[in-house]
Design a protein. Structure first.
Length: 199
């Protein structure tokens, strides 16, 4: 093996220095600059993804706060009702009998059950007679504040004597709807097929 024993010329030294600088530059680019840039780009991308995720979580949190506030408003105004699973008719009839049990007389007529998606509607009409107007308010408040979701519709009161509703017996005709859900419910022969909801 032959060893170079001569001195390098100035030109060769400059070329070797330039070649060394180029090699150091390439090594720096390959092993330092490029990995650092890739890491910074990846970190920036992750930061953007986390910001997007944070916005989504904040929106969900705000929605939950609004829902909690609405629930608190409902419960502050009285008892909150629940939409029970189909078929809750026995419990609803028992509730109506309990509420109307102290009236002078009453009659309840249920319509056919209707279904829209998972929502079940059980429309009914009721007629009852009480001995004073305050009792009308009591019956309607008890029905409205029941644990079963119920919407009272048309209510008509008529006096049984002298046309004065505040004095003597009062007869009430009303329509209302109990709401149930198919979530957790078991379909039976009395349940119609679902019809598409109106948009």
């Amino acid at each position: 093996m032959k060893v170079i024993s001569r001195e390098f010329s100035l030109k060769e030294k400059i070329l070797l220095l330039l070649l060394s600088l180029v090699l150091v530059g390439l090594a720096y680019y390959q092993f330092v600059d490029r990995p650092v840039r890739e890491t910074v780009t990846s970190a920036h991308r992750e930061t953007q993804e986390l910001k997007t995720e944070l916005k989504t979580v904040e929106a969900k949190l705000e929605k939950m706060r609004r829902m909690r506030s609405e629930i608190e408003d409902v419960t502050a105004g009285g008892t909150a009702s629940e939409m029970y699973s189909y078929n809750n008719s026995k419990a609803e009839i028992a509730l109506l009998n309990d509420i109307l049990g102290d009236t002078l007389q009453y009659a309840i007529t249920f319509e056919n059950v209707t279904r829209e998606g998972d929502q079940i509607r059980r429309d009914f009409s009721l007629q009852f007679t009480v001995d004073k107007y305050d009792a009308v308010e009591g019956v309607l408040q008890a029905l409205n504040g029941s644990p079963y979701r119920c919407l009272i519709g048309d209510v008509r009161c008529s006096a049984n004597r002298d046309g004065n509703i505040m004095d003597g017996n009062v007869t009430v005709n009303a329509v209302a709807t109990f709401y149930e859900t198919m979530v957790g419910g078991t379909p039976d022969a009395g349940l119609p097929e679902t019809r598409p909801s109106a948009r």
